[in-house]
Design a protein around this ligand. Sequence first.
Ligand code: OAD
Length: 235
Amino acid sequence: MKNILILTGAGISAESGLTTFRDANGLWENFRVEDVASIEGFNKNPKLVHDFYNMLRPVMAKAEPNAAHLAITSLQQNRPDLNINIVTQNVDLLHEKAKSQNIYHMHGRIDECVCLKCGHIMKTLQSVLENTPCESCQAVGTLKPNIVFFGEMPLFMPEISKMLKNCDLFIAIGTSGVVYPAAGFVYEAKYYGAQTYLFNLEKSENNSYFDYEILGKASKTLPAFFDKLTKENGE
Ligand code: OAD
């Protein structure tokens, strides 16, 4: 085995205290996706969208990685013979805080805004207001949270396509399997010959595509599985 592709979703960060989107009392129960996570919503009411991400920024900045994030890092460190890539739908920074490598934020990052005028990516964990100027071109009213909204293309798709073709093992963790294209990755990985595993609290929408489904809290199920992979060293 050589290439492992890990897809993570909000469930891996749940035990770090971050609210998921579609579980009971999830973010989408309390906010309308159309308002705060769609390009139409942003065009209509940018203040509402900035307020939403300004609320999430300090919460995400404070969160710490849990045993599931750390298990991925351990596997990367203990099995340098494996090529392990992480594609995350999460905009939090917990894989970075866990010191994992090869992380692709396909839905963007909470610590970035993008200037719609000049394309500059501005790093910030501070609140961003409608009149916050772009630090590069100084335009006002052009900053958008660097979050991939419904109606926009996910990031890193060419890289992800390549990884899906090349992976021997595809592992999805903490994702409901509802949002495409990420929900379709398992099918593509399987088509190209990978073994596919799902680690989720409950059955996902796309669970029938997985060869193996391990239900439970990722902080418990994942370290046990990765310990086994670590011990298989060299195979
Ligand atoms: P969801 O909230 O849709 O799904 C989270 C999944 O994690 C659920 O299936 C839970 O059962 C599972 N889960 C919860 N706690 C868990 C735990 N401790 N261990 C393992 N699994 C657990 O989140 P995503 O699938 O990530 O997009 O959502 C996909 C996208 O939809 C997000 O990236 C976001 C959202 O709209 C954007 O904001 C662009």
